[in-house]
Design a protein. Structure first.
Length: 103
């Protein structure tokens, strides 16, 4: 069954971040605390695009898209194969104060 979520055009969002020096005010770490939810979703979608087809573990989808800015029932990025849904990604961005790393 084909998905019914609305694909987003990421071009306007990409234009907002072109030419921005992401390392300008920190120590070489990506500024995850300074990006909004849409930019974070775009980053995650781009990571899946980058990994697509890079090996046996990454050949189960052939399309990646961000979907439905706003209320989306937990679907932020849709992965599909031959226009059939194969996976969904729910992006969560927490501040370091919200997450505890266990050793």
């Amino acid at each position: 069954m084909a998905h019914s979520l609305q694909r987003l055009d990421d071009d306007p969002l990409r234009e907002q971040i072109r030419g921005v020096n992401v390392y300008q005010h920190d120590s070489g770490q990506l500024p995850f605390g300074n990006i909004d939810a849409s930019h974070f979703e775009l980053l995650i979608a781009d990571l899946f695009r980058h990994m697509q087809g890079t090996g046996v573990d990454w050949n189960w989808y052939d399309d990646v898209c961000r979907v439905n800015d706003g209320a989306d029932n937990g679907v932020d990025v849709l992965l599909s194969l031959d226009q059939e849904s194969r996976g969904i990604v729910q992006c969560k961005r927490y501040s370091s104060a919200d997450v505890t790393m266990l050793a």
